[in-house]
Design a protein around this ligand. Structure first.
Ligand SMILES: Nc1ncnc2c1ncn2[C@@H]1O[C@H](COP(=O)(O)OP(=O)(O)OP(=O)(O)O)[C@@H](O)[C@H]1O
Ligand SMILES: [Mg+2]
Length: 324
């Protein structure tokens, strides 16, 4: 069997909140297990409303946070295994794209200096000429060119253009995995699909997988091969995008499906999730039970187990809505 590109095994992140003396804890990521196949590139969208743990999960994958429980492996090597961990190789293999491209580049430096620095300092190009060729080719693949970018500062680009340049920068290292945390949230609505479409093109062209974190369900469904839904730090459903769209198995996913907005819209958090109190994060039974229309006593007393519906589909629920 082919090696997995990424394995997230039962990973948790627990924050202390309210100061050192309060003793309060918040489980921002609660025992999540997810995999990204190594055989062919995929786009895995991670969806869920504000505060459900998407960015915390991203930061653990990017090694910006250490997991408090569980383990993450890239190409079979555990992050915890210091012998196998080569920070330089990691920077080549896993690249981030952030929400606000204006924060990713200094306002006082021409944007192309970042592209050259990435190509030359990480040793991908040996000479300036080689770097120029590589940068031109990569910029072309995101619909830009060095002639357009050279010598210009971030403020001289629109958000969509600058985000495309930051995607090019991420691609220069020829990564295996790109972690894009809300990459279109700050982009003009008319440009969102344009950027998201690029992911689909680049996936095959560069043989790179994407973890696409988003609030924006409509772009997620359009672009994804797989979707993972988080709720209060837990993975509540995972599967092939079309499968999940046609047949949501978790009552929360069903609720989200019924509220799928047009491209660029977010679902109404007020409507679906009026309560973001931290107590919900610490519920030991099903975290969705308090607002689930199908909840039984079992749901209010016991933590559900992950139910495998098929090889590519799992749901964290006692009563999955199978085929309904
Ligand atoms: N460094 C931190 N210290 C304490 N609590 C944190 C920290 N980072 C995140 N949290 C809490 O953990 C939970 C998950 O946060 P996270 O940022 O991962 O959510 P998110 O799904 O990315 O939300 P959003 O969609 O708003 O970006 C939230 O309740 C948040 O307040
Ligand atoms: Mg976030």
């Amino acid at each position: 069997m082919a090696e997995k590109l990424l394995e997230i095994k039962n990973v948790s992140k627990i924050f202390r909140i309210g100061g050192m003396l309060s003793g309060k804890k918040l489980t921002a990521v609660d025992g999540i297990s997810l995999e990204v196949d190594g055989e062919k590139p995929v786009i895995l969208s991670v969806v869920g409303e504000s505060g459900c743990g998407k960015s915390t999960l991203c930061k653990m994958i990017l090694r910006l946070y250490q997991a408090d429980e569980g383990e993450i492996c890239l190409s079979g090597n555990s992050y915890a295994n210091k012998k196998k961990y080569d920070p330089m190789q990691f920077r080549l293999d896993v690249q981030p794209i952030f929400q606000n491209p204006y924060e990713a580049f200094s306002a006082r430096k021409p944007v192309d200096t970042y592209l050259f620095n990435t190509a030359l300092r990480l040793g991908i190009a040996k000479t300036r000429d080689e770097a120029e060729k590589l940068i031109e080719e990569t910029l072309q693949s995101v619909g830009m060119s060095l002639a357009v970018v050279k010598g210009k500062y971030p403020a001289q680009f629109s958000g969509g253009e600058l985000q495309r340049i930051s995607i090019a920068r991420a691609l220069i290292t020829r990564p295996k995995l790109i972690i894009a945390d809300e990459p279109v949230a700050a982009i003009d609505a008319s440009m969102k699909m344009n950027i998201v479409n690029l992911f689909k093109e680049l996936k095959d062209k560069y043989n790179v997988s994407f973890i696409y974190i988003t609030h924006d369900l409509s772009t997620a469904y359009y672009v994804s091969d797989y979707i993972a839904t988080l709720y209060r730090g837990c993975l509540i459903e995972y599967g092939e995008a079309m499968d999940i769209m046609d047949n949501p198995a978790h009552p929360y996913t069903e609720l989200l499906m019924n509220a799928v907005p047009r491209v660029g819209d977010k679902w109404s958090e007020e409507l679906i999730l009026p309560d973001t109190e931290e107590k919900e994060y610490s519920i030991s039974y099903c975290k969705f039970a308090p607002r689930c229309p199908y909840a039984t006593d079992e749901c209010r007393n016991k933590k559900p187990e992950m139910t495998l519906i098929n090889d590519n589909r799992k749901v964290f629920c006692f009563h999955p809505l199978l085929g309904s």
